[in-house]
Design a binder for this molecule. Structure first.
Ligand code: PEP
Length: 256
């Protein structure tokens, strides 16, 4: 494979896995993926498993990620987790603005941007999610929606911070539905997002930023998706819950 940017493949475990189950999964992944050097591999367990999984991935090629964090650093915010707390467990990435949080917790682009700034301040690299709904796609609003989300969710980042930010394009109609964007649809949108980044930041920054695809990625479609020039990795939900399927996605991706 000859990609311009190093692939980043992240597993979003969502609200799944007890500590014992999380440890089983990550131990299997360590064995399966020990030889992989061509991609950054990230697992994002629930908060309750971060401590144990953090110990387990020490000295391995698997990085730890979190699924969310607060935009605040400390204080009276019941139920929230701050970047500094994630840092205690050597968390290196954090998923921000996932469509489920935008939908159920009503997270706005402005809030996602604040969280992205707070994560960078703690040297945690954000994975900022954007994506359109089915009705937005069907009414030809995909580019308009993404333009708003990308501008709003990345507002205020410096060029250096943007280079260390991952963007995840996740068409909402493809998340957990078994429907995947065609490789042509994915490439078209990734290219569009990169052009937006060039406008907002610079050509050099845009060339540097990794844009993941997310939405029913499986071992069978990973290779073709990763072969697209502007697809630099995957954010994986359902298929990340089993070591076999996540490991095969990583292996097939680096073989693209
Ligand atoms: C996700 O929720 O980020 C996701 C891509 O889920 P799935 O792979 O299950 O579609």
């Amino acid at each position: 494979m000859n990609k311009e940017r190093k692939l980043i493949i992240a597993g979003n475990w969502k609200m799944n896995k007890t500590v014992a189950e999380a440890l089983d999964l990550v131990r299997d992944l360590k064995l399966e993926l020990a030889a992989i050097k061509e991609a950054d591999i990230v697992v994002c367990p629930p908060f309750t498993a971060l401590s144990e999984v953090s110990r387990e991935v020490l000295n391995s090629n698997i990085r730890l990620g979190a699924q969310n964090m607060s935009e605040q650093n400390f204080g009276a915010y019941t139920g929230e987790i701050a970047a500094g707390m994630l840092k205690e467990f050597s968390v290196r990435h954090v998923i921000l603005g996932h469509s489920e949080r935008r939908q159920y917790q009503k997270e706005s682009d402005a809030l996602v941007a604040k969280k992205a700034l707070a994560s960078h301040a703690a040297s945690i690299k954000p994975i900022v999610c954007v994506g359109e709904t089915l009705s937005e796609r069907e009414t030809s609003q995909t580019e308009k929606v993404l333009d708003t989300q990308v501008r709003g969710s990345l507002a205020g980042l410096s060029h250096e911070q943007m280079e260390e930010t991952v963007v995840a394009y996740e068409p909402i109609w493809a998340i957990g539905t078994g429907k995947t964007a065609t490789t042509a649809q994915a490439q078209e949108v990734h290219k569009f997002i990169r052009s937006l980044l060039a406008d907002l930041f610079s050509e050099a920054v845009a060339r540097h930023v990794r844009i993941q695809y997310g939405g029913s990625v499986k071992p069978a479609n990973a290779r073709e998706l990763m072969a697209q020039p502007d697809v630099d990795g995957a954010l994986v939900g359902g298929a990340a819950l089993e070591s076999r399927s996540f490991a095969d996605i990583v292996k097939n991706s680096v073989a693209a």
